[in-house]
Design a protein around this ligand. Structure first.
Ligand SMILES: [Cu+2]
Length: 143
């Protein structure tokens, strides 16, 4: 086999492999994006008091879990954690909250200190879309 061709084939298979590992199979509009409408990045919220978190989403819709409808998904709020693997079901634990009823806001109470919040959309099976739709990670201080 021609060496150049072999190298190109290897590169192509590596790219295909990387593509598979970085997203689920449900398509999302390429311009869709999520954002946290409240609180703001760097905001200080009072301790011992629940606060609202607003989920923002553009160019995509919200549907409850289990509902497969084009260009929709449901919100997940990631607290004090990084993005999970993009080709697997989003974990469900105290750091990964699912809003499977189609909620677009929630009320949180967090212990004093710095915390990070980030939104990640999931499809009907809680798997991120392709391309994945997630917000910027913000940091807030509870005190
Ligand atoms: Cu979910």
């Amino acid at each position: 086999m021609n060496k150049v061709f072999a190298a190109a084939a290897l590169a192509a298979s590596l790219i295909a492999g990387a593509g598979l590992a970085t997203a689920g199979t449900t398509p999302a509009p390429p311009n869709a994006y999520a954002y946290i409408g409240y609180p703001n990045d760097g905001q200080v919220v009072p301790a011992g008091k629940p606060f609202k978190v607003w989920f923002g989403l553009r160019y995509m819709g919200v549907a409850p879990r289990g509902v497969k409808y084009p260009n929709t998904g449901h919100h997940h709020l990631l607290i004090d954690t990084d993005l999970p693997p993009m080709d697997q079901e989003i974990p469900s634990d105290r750091n990964h909250l699912h809003y499977g009823a189609g909620e677009t806001e929630t009320t949180l109470e967090l212990p004093p200190g710095k915390h990070t919040l980030q939104l990640l959309m999931g499809d009907d099976k809680h798997i991120p879309h392709n391309p994945p739709v997630y917000s910027k990670k913000i940091t807030i201080t509870v005190k």
